[in-house]
Ligand binder design. Structure first.
Ligand code: BES
Ligand code: ZN
Ligand code: ZN
Length: 478
C-alpha cells in the first residue's frame, strides 16, 4: 500500500474512516449532508471496539464514510488502535475500495498504520487465481500532521507478516533447508551476518539433540545464526532463540490425526525470531547487538528415527534419555541454548510452541512466560503491553525439577503428568547458566484456527512485536 499525507478538504479516496470513541457522538466537524451520529445511534453503534457503521452515497468529503469504534477515550491502548486499523482495511476490501483515507487518533497513528498492514495480510500463493478486477487497497491517505512517523509501523508489520508467512507455508515447502534459505535472504537484504550449519557440521560439533530429533526425516536439520550489530557502541548483547520444528508428527510417540493437523505451526518460535530479525535489521536500533538463533528439524518417523530409551549427549555436555519423541522441542532448544551462551549473550530469550499444557493453562491467546529474572520479566511484560500481546508469568516450581531425573542419564525429556508447561521450562533451565533468561511458551497464540481481530486463520506472527519493542527498550537505555 502507498501512503501519502493529505487533509479533509483534499480527500481523493473511496472511503473515509473516522474513529469513534464510546460515548462521544459529535461528528459535526465532518460537515456531512446527513446526521451520521443519529443514524449510527439508531442502529446500535456505540463506538465499542470492533463496531463499525457505514454511510454510503455521500457527496463529501468522500462518497462513503465509515465510523470505526475504538472504545472509551480513557481506555485507548495500542491494541485497540491496531484492531481499529485491521477493521478498517477489512471493511475497505469488502466494499472493494482501492483508495482509503484515515483520520488521526490521539497519538496512536503508528498503531493504526500497523493495523492496516496487518489487516491487509493474506496468504493466497497456493490459490488458483480467478479473474477479479479488484486489486485490493492500493492507496492510503493519512489525514495526520506530516510529521507523524509511520516508517516504524510499516517495518514492524512487515516483520510480523513475514513470520505469518513462514508459519503458513505448507510443510512440503517449508522445511529446515528452505527455512535456512529464507533466513539467509533476510540476512542478505538486512545486512546481518549469517551462519548456517548443515547436518554434517552439526554432527561433527556434537549437536546431538538437534540431530536426534531430525534423524528420521530426509529433510535434515539446520542451525541458523544471524547477528545484528549496531553502529557504534554495544552496551547490550541479546540472544533470541526460536523453536523451528517445521513439522511435528510426534515421531514414534505419534500424535493422533486431529492433534497432528496444523503441526507445521511448530516453527512458530523460529518465525517470531526471524520476523524480529527482519524488523530489527530495518529499524537498526543503537546500542544493542542481537543474535538470532534457530535450531530447525522435522520430527518424522523412519527406521532410523530416534526412539524412546535412546540416550544422547547434548551440545551443552549433559545426557538425555528419551522418554517421549513428541517432547522434541526442548531437545533442539537445549542444544541451541548451549550454543547461544557461547556467543557472549547477557540476556537470553527463547520462544517455542512447546507444550499443549501451556494452552490448557492459559488459553489460546496468552503466552506463558518463565524466567529466572524479575527485571527481564518486567521489561518483557512492558514490551507486551505496548505491542498488544498478552504475556503471563508462570512459575519455575523447583519441586517439580526432580521429575526430570532418571537413573540412566543426566535427565529425561519428560516430566510427570501434571504441570507439563512448567517441567518443559525446567528442562530448558537445566541448560542455562545465565542470570537473565526467559522462556516464552507460545503454543497457544502462534496460530489461530479461525480469523481473529488482527489477522486471518493461520500463523499470527505473535512474539515479533514484543521482541522488537524489548530490544528497542534496551536501545533506549543507552
Ligand atoms: N509441538 C507440540 C506442542 C504444541 C501443542 C504446539 C499444541 C502447538 C499446539 C510439542 O512438541 C508436543 O508435542 N508437546 C507434548 C509434550 C508431551 C509429550 C510432554 C504435549 O504438549 O503434549
Ligand atoms: Zn512434539
Ligand atoms: Zn513440537
Amino acid at each position: 500500500m502507498q501512503y501519502k499525507f493529505s487533509n479533509f478538504s483534499e480527500i481523493d479516496s473511496n472511503i473515509l474512516f473516522v474513529w469513534a470513541h464510546e460515548g462521544e457522538t459529535d461528528f459535526s466537524d465532518l460537515n456531512l449532508d446527513v446526521d451520521i451520529a443519529k443514524l449510527a445511534t439508531n442502529e446500535g453503534f456505540k463506538g465499542k471496539v470492533g463496531q463499525k457503521f457505514v454511510v454510503r452515497a455521500l457527496a463529501k468529503p468522500a462518497s462513503t464514510v465509515v465510523l470505526v469504534g475504538v472504545g472509551a477515550a480513557a481506555d485507548l491502548k495500542a491494541g485497540s488502535a491496531r484492531k481499529a486499523g485491521v477493521l478498517a482495511i477489512r471493511t475497505a476490501k469488502k466494499l472493494r475500495a482501492s483508495k482509503i483515507a484515515i483520520s488521526n487518533l490521539g497519538g496512536y497513528e503508528s498503531e493504526l498504520v500497523e493495523g492496516l498492514e496487518l489487516g491487509n495480510y493474506h496468504f493466497d500463493t497456493h490459490l488458483t487465481k480467478e479473474d477479479d478486477a479488484f486489486e485490493g487497497v492500493v492507496g492510503v491517505e493519512l489525514l495526520f500532521p506530516e510529521t507523524t512517523k509511520i516508517e516504524h509501523a510499516k517495518i514492524l508489520a512487515d516483520g510480523i507478516n513475514y513470520a505469518r508467512t513462514l508459519v503458513n507455508m505448507p510443510p512440503n515447502e517449508l522445511y529446515p533447508e528452505s527455512l535456512a534459505e529464507s533466513a539467509r535472504q533476510i540476512a542478505k537484504f538486512g545486512d546481518l551476518s549469517c551462519t548456517i550449519m548443515e547436518e554434517k557440521e552439526l554432527e561433527k560439533k556434537g549437536f546431538n539433540l538437534i540431530m536426534a530429533v531430525g534423524k528420521g526425516s530426509v529433510n535434515q536439520p539446520r542451525l541458523i545464526h544471524l547477528v545484528y550489530k549496531p553502529e557504534g557502541a554495544v552496551n547490550h548483547v541479546v540472544g533470541l532463540v526460536g523453536k523451528g520444528v517445521t513439522f511435528d508428527t510426534g515421531g514414534y510417540n505419534i500424535k493422533p490425526g486431529a492433534s497432528m493437523m496444523n503441526m507445521h505451526c511448530d516453527m512458530g518460535g523460529s518465525a517470531a525470531v526471524l520476523g524480529a530479525a527482519k524488523a530489527i535489521a530495518g529499524l537498526r536500533p543503537e546500542n544493542v547487538e542481537v543474535h538470532f538463533i534457530v535450531p530447525t528439524a522435522e520430527n518424522a518417523i523412519a527406521n532410523n528415527a530416534f526412539k524412546p530409551n535412546d540416550i544422547f549427549r547434548g551440545y551443552g555436555g549433559k545426557t538425555v534419555e528419551i522418554h517421549n519423541t513428541d517432547a522434541e522441542g526442548r531437545l533442539i532448544l537445549a542444544d541451541a541454548l548451549a550454543y547461544a551462551q557461547e556467543q557472549g549473550v547477557e540476556t537470553l530469550i527463547d520462544l517455542a510452541t512447546l507444550t499443549g499444557a501451556a494452552v490448557v493453562a492459559l488459553g489460546e491467546h496468552t503466552t506463558g512466560l518463565f524466567s529466572n529474572d524479575d527485571d527481564l520479566v518486567a521489561k518483557l511484560q512492558d514490551a507486551g503491553v505496548k505491542s498488544g500481546e498478552d504475556l503471563w508469568r508462570m512459575p519455575l516450581t523447583e519441586r517439580l525439577d526432580a521429575g526430570l531425573d532418571t537413573p540412566f542419564a543426566d535427565m529425561k525429556n519428560l516430566g510427570p503428568r501434571w504441570g507439563g508447561a512448567i517441567t518443559a521450562a525446567l528442562f530448558l533451565k537445566r541448560w542455562v547458566n545465565l542470570d537473565a533468561w526467559a522462556h516464552l511458551d507460545i503454543a497457544g497464540p502462534a496460530f489461530t484456527e479461525s480469523e481473529d481481530p488482527l489477522g486471518p486463520k493461520g500463523g499470527t506472527g505473535h512474539g515479533v512485536a514484543t521482541l522488537v519493542r524489548f530490544v528497542e527498550g534496551l536501545s533506549e537505555e543507552g
